[in-house]
Write a protein that binds this ligand. Structure first.
Ligand SMILES: Nc1ncnc2c1ncn2[C@@H]1O[C@H](COP(=O)(O)OP(=O)(O)OP(=O)(O)O)[C@@H](O)[C@H]1O
Ligand SMILES: [Mg+2]
Length: 339
């Protein structure tokens, strides 16, 4: 039995080959700070953010793509894996995606978090590779492919060729950075305190990095922090656009950096093949238009169901496990080592 897990900053997804995506829930865990007992994970935990009594803490245990609270990640993963097929599975093998350019210590931390639950072997794949496979790109051929996975905590950008990363960067700014900046803006401009969930809802509703279509509005509900009373403020799409754009421009700068560091032999391929965007944030309005303003002559594609590309790609990479196990040395293999 092989289980695929994508532990994202915002969402964790679990899948198997036969059943497809089984779990797709926020990467949140709530626990009692007095007893250290876990109260809820995923959707159930997300619903209670900001509403819990003081002794209950809600944590997003993966911040900026790095493991910050190892024990909480462990608990979260154990509960999610426990939901897969209940008792049917014994000693599963797990494949998980890790950010590009991850250190050996960070790899260990993730492997430890996963292997706490009777897991036989953990295989790792770098997330841009998984994203590319999930978007239907053949990364084993010698043609360079450019992919950018825009998630909650990171924008993972890479040029892939012959199963490896030829150039890549992990920008530590993505959807969450936009939400945090909106929270700050509402506080400074309107003295309105809003939660991160409200900010995320706003981004999904009227978030744009380049104005297209009508100037829609969104009602932000929160608390007036000078008077402490509930308050609602209507904001316009055009008003918030520069905030979303600022983060996106940093990501675009990352793409330009990667292009500049790509070996010249692969540059021609990239012009031909273009860039493919994956990840939840690639659904933000105006992405294509803004990128083409800054990077001319590059074909831009947003993958179908971009949020699912990484988990689909992890499942797709399962076929390479045998190659790792046989240690067939020189053969191309997108998986990193097994642990
Ligand atoms: N329709 C949408 N418009 C704009 N942003 C969206 C939309 N849908 C999801 N997002 C944003 O995408 C981000 C989550 O994407 P995804 O699920 O790919 O991230 P993740 O895998 O959890 O994070 P990471 O890969 O950075 O660890 C969140 O910031 C979310 O608000
Ligand atoms: Mg992700």
């Amino acid at each position: 039995m092989i289980i695929a897990i994508d532990i994202g900053t915002s969402n964790t997804r679990v899948a198997t080959k036969n059943e497809g995506i089984i779990i797709d829930e926020p990467s949140v865990i709530t626990y009692d700070t007095y007893t250290d007992s876990i109260i809820a994970v995923g959707k159930d935990a997300y619903k209670t953010i900001g509403k819990t009594p003081e002794r209950v803490k809600a944590a997003f245990p993966i911040a900026d793509g790095a493991v910050t609270a190892l024990e909480l990640v462990e608990s979260m993963v154990r509960i999610f894996i426990g939901r897969v097929g209940k008792k049917k599975i014994s000693m599963p093998k797990v494949i998980t995606a890790v950010p590009g350019g991850i250190t050996e210590v960070e790899k260990r931390a993730i492997v430890n978090a996963i292997s706490s639950y009777g897991v036989r072997t953990v295989y790792l794949i770098e997330s841009p590779k998984a994203a590319a496979i999930g978007a239907g790109l053949d990364i084993l051929e010698g043609q360079g492919k450019l992919v950018a996975d825009l998630g909650g905590g990171t924008a993972d950008i890479a040029v892939l060729s012959l199963g490896g990363v030829s150039a890549g960067i992990s920008v530590k700014k993505a959807g969450n950075d936009m939400d945090n900046n909106i929270v700050k803006y509402m506080k400074n401009k309107y003295h309105l305190s809003i939660g991160k969930q409200m900010a995320e809802k706003c981004k999904k509703s009227i978030g744009t990095v380049k104005m297209i279509g009508p100037d829609d509005t969104f009602v932000m509900k929160g608390r007036d922090f000078t008077r402490g009373l509930p308050k609602a403020v209507e904001v316009k799409k055009s008003e918030l656009m520069p905030i979303y754009r600022k983060t996106m421009l940093e990501i675009i700068r990352g793409i330009v950096d990667v292009l500049e560091n790509t070996p010249p032999e692969l540059n021609g391929d990239l012009i031909k093949n273009g860039i493919v965007f994956t990840g939840g944030l690639s659904q933000i309005e105006g992405l294509k238009e803004l990128v083409s303003d800054y990077i001319r002559n590059l074909k831009i594609k947003i993958a179908e169901n971009p949020s699912d590309c990484v988990i689909k790609g992890i499942i797709g990479s399962a076929e390479y496990i045998k190659k790792v196990e046989k240690k067939t040395g020189h053969e191309i293999n997108p998986l990193l080592a097994a642990y």
